[in-house]
Ligand binder design. Structure first.
Ligand code: CDP
Length: 211
């Protein structure tokens, strides 16, 4: 069984995808990390994020980059959003994601285009979202835990800019797949969001069994 979890920045999709993977005993891939690794590799090589050739060259990053703590910063997230708009970058990362999705037994993948492009055949698809304000507050709490002092209105503006870039691009824009279940986590605790996600996936599985 393939479970696709898509949604905008800080919507809770990563936490939900990890919890689903544990619940169903499936391996999990955070595909955003791949795009973040491209952004960071390009930055370190002194490349230009707007250059498709520079961004494509950065897709051959070594696996060690995936463990780099720099990957988790907001600056790397914004850079990932810029390099991910290039068709050559998306094409270079596609085979790796599809192979992960199609491993025997299935997998959980989270990202922006899992249900629409990487695994349209997924047995269950969730589109996880929350209001920009709630997402900015969540990111702020994460930053506080890392000892940083966040500026919430600036983070909300950054989140909205990233949404606009991810939803407005020509290549695999962020969008809810037609057959995805919507999960708005604005008013939900983490536990409630996870329980709701499990209920939605169980309902999909039941429907597939009846088909
Ligand atoms: O954790 P957060 O939601 O902030 O970001 P992420 O999932 O790590 O993704 C960082 C950026 O990579 C996004 O803003 C997207 O532009 C891009 N991305 C993508 O284009 N396709 C994916 N499957 C995953 C991420």
């Amino acid at each position: 069984m393939i479970i696709a979890v898509d949604g905008p920045a800080a919507s809770g999709k990563g936490t939900i995808a990890r919890a689903l993977a544990t619940h169903y005993g499936l391996p999990h891939l955070d595909t955003g990390l791949l795009y973040r690794a491209v952004g960071l590799t390009l930055l370190r090589a002194g490349g230009d994020p707007e250059s498709e050739a520079d961004a494509a060259a950065a897709t051959t990053f070594p696996d060690s980059v995936l463990a780099d703590p720099e990957l988790r910063t907001e600056a790397t997230g914004a850079l990932a959003s810029r390099v991910s708009a290039h068709a050559a970058v998306r094409a270079a990362l596609m085979a790796r994601q599809r192979a992960f999705a199609h491993q025997p037994g299935g997998a959980v993948l989270d990202g922006r285009d899992i249900g629409t492009v990487i695994a349209p055949e997924a047995g269950a698809k969730l589109y996880v979202t929350a209001s920009p304000r709630v997402r900015a507050e969540r990111r702020a709490r994460e930053m506080e835990r890392m000892g940083q002092t966040p500026d919430i209105p600036a983070m909300e503006a950054e989140i909205m800019a990233r949404d606009a870039r991810d939803m407005g691009r020509d290549n695999a824009p962020l969008a809810q797949a037609e057959d995805a279940d919507l999960l708005d986590t604005s008013e939900l605790s983490i536990d409630e969001a996870i329980q709701r996600a499990i209920a939605l996936v169980d309902a999909r599985l039941k429907r597939h069994r009846q088909e």
